[in-house]
Design a protein around this ligand. Sequence first.
Ligand SMILES: [Zn+2]
Length: 274
Amino acid sequence: MPELPEVETIVADLRPHLTGRTIAGCELLFPTIVRYPEPEEFADSVAGMTINAVRRRGKFILMDLDNALLLVVHLGMTGQLRLVDPLTPVEKHTHAVFTLDDGRQLRYRDPRRFGRLLLGTQESLHASKKLPRLGPEPIDPAFASEELYRSLRKRRTSLKAVLLDQGAIAGVGNIYADESMHRARLRPDRMAAGLSRKSVQRLHESLRDSLLLAIQNRGSSVDTYRDAWGEIGGQQEKLLVYGRAGQPCFTCGRPLRMIRLAGRSTVFCTNCQR
Ligand SMILES: [Zn+2]
């Protein structure tokens, strides 16, 4: 599933190409990929709108249109948002095609269809519960270690569960939760509320480090992730623990262990992470 670094890579690539462009039309090949409002209303409303900004919030891609409307894309498990020449053959599982005023097309493709498209003001999307309220951005310089400490203090669940909770911290999923806990030398099954300030400081720094490094390397293509040009990322070859269960820990050489935690497979080193 695309997480913060993958979505950030797509957004940064699309921004210079989309900002200031007008959406000439929208064709929905699989209308139920639109979750709000009704697909027909969605397609009618986006036509003629100008894209004033392209942003990321958590794992959501946000495009600011006219009249305070947001065009929201969540890639789900296998979603891909690509900017292509209109003559590019339409790939299987393409569900929505936005034609821009310069003739290029922004296409949304999603084999497993867990992704979604939304349109509305921020207030209407929150009110309809289609856009969840998200926690702070872990790479925001204003996000302090003390804030992370206070939010972990309240939680009587595992550290892993809190890191995956989008309402606690936005944008972190299975890959970067495991990577950052390994960097911070913390066991994923530690009780979140029991962490010391010092441990949380390490976690805070490790979250930033693992996310920023992954952005630098254009994300992890561990499964179907592709950037806006259809290319794979480079971080998958540099992951420390994710996808490496049974293989030796890079620090101590012992085999990495996999457990189920918060419903997700979780890989860590029983020796380095305490
Ligand atoms: Zn180790």
